[in-house]
Design a protein around this ligand. Structure first.
Ligand code: TXA
Ligand code: MG
Length: 308
């Protein structure tokens, strides 16, 4: 076991979680705002703190497959996909009757969105707590997801302790899959590219139709929104616009000068956070749509969508 697993900080934060308090923690995708998923009182604090307008199902984080199997039924296809765990993949699976999860976590559904995060501190925290942790991204509702501890503190203030695990590796949220018998659909594009999932199970994984999705923050049209207005697929900045480039040969902020989609995903929310401090209008270069580009374009479209 690594030293981190037994650090006094982790033990103290785990005790807070067991007491029904919130703790923000790092994952490989974005920082999560965690609560004991077995306690409705604790989970309600997530909604209050985020200012989330309504109850939507939350992702439940576990430390290993054994813990997952105490909460959900894994069919044969899900079992194949579990090879991506720990990792940025959330599976929506039938909830076990004896799971002991708060109904608020699942928003009354008979399914649970579950994942094993690939971050040693997240795993150590879950183990030390001894409970599954419900955790949406640790931002105020509708705003950009945080990829550093500092961004969490700026968004949520001092009320919530933050376990600092450095900058998030992936930078966009997990890919979410739903099952219907043997067929698999993608509810949310994310850090695990769809083609890797299709290769693993040897069949196509269609994106769920907009209307078929659970209505939840990550799926609302306007979400992940900076304060600045965004113009996508731009050739060049117009007067008054701040540029966010991709690929070689452009000046200013650049998601990846070498056109590396992994690097672009990692930089996406951080650069939007930073530009948002000074810019009122941001023009974004076109990003390829293959691989991780699907998730990047999805987040950009939501960030650019008209708001009320
Ligand atoms: O990378 C991530 O997934 C991050 C980190 C913190 O793990 N978490 C995250 O959680 O993005 P959240 O709560 O923002 O995303 C929850 C999404 C919702 O949009 C919801 O639609 C879907 O997961 N979801 C969760 N449980 C579900 C269920 N039972 N059925 C359908 N969708 C579900
Ligand atoms: Mg979120």
């Amino acid at each position: 076991m690594s030293g981190a697993a037994h650090s006094p900080e982790i033990e103290a934060l785990a005790a807070r979680l067991r007491d029904g308090e919130l703790v923000a923690f790092p994952t490989e995708t974005v920082y999560g705002l965690g609560a004991d998923a077995t306690s409705s009182d604790a989970v309600l604090k997530i909604y209050e703190t985020k200012g989330r307008p309504r109850f939507n199902p939350l992702i439940v984080h576990v430390s290993d497959l054994e813990m997952a199997e105490r909460l959900v039924e894994l069919g044969p296809v899900a079992r194949k996909l579990a090879r991506f765990w720990p990792g940025p993949l959330t599976l929506v699976l039938p909830r076990r009757a004896d799971a002991g999860l708060s109904d608020i976590v699942t928003a009354g559904l008979d399914t649970v969105g579950i994942r094993i995060p690939d971050h040693p501190l997240a795993q150590a925290l879950i183990r030390a707590t001894g409970r599954p942790l419900a955790a949406p991204s640790a931002n105020r509702s509708g705003k950009l997801s945080p990829t550093t501890a500092e961004q969490v503190r700026r968004a949520l203030g001092d009320a919530v302790p933050v376990l600092d695990g450095g900058a998030a590796q992936a930078g966009v949220e997990s890919t979410i899959l739903a099952f219907d018998g043997d067929s698999v659909t993608q509810l949310r594009a994310g850090a695990l590219p769809r083609d890797e999932i299709e290769a693993a199970i040897g069949r196509p994984v269609p994106q769920a139709a907009q209307g078929a999705r659970v209505t939840a923050p990550g799926m609302l049209l306007s979400h992940y929104a900076p304060n600045a207005a965004l113009r996508l697929d731009a050739d060049a900045p117009q007067p008054g616009e701040t540029w966010l480039g991709f690929g070689p040969g452009s000046e200013g902020a650049n998601l990846s000068p070498t056109s590396d989609l992994r690097e672009a995903a990692r930089n996406l929310f951080s650069m939007l956070h930073r530009l948002d401090e000074t810019a009122s209008r941001i023009a974004v270069a076109p990003i390829p749509r293959h691989g991780l580009g699907e998730a990047i374009n999805d987040r950009l479209q939501r960030a650019a969508a008209p708001r009320d």
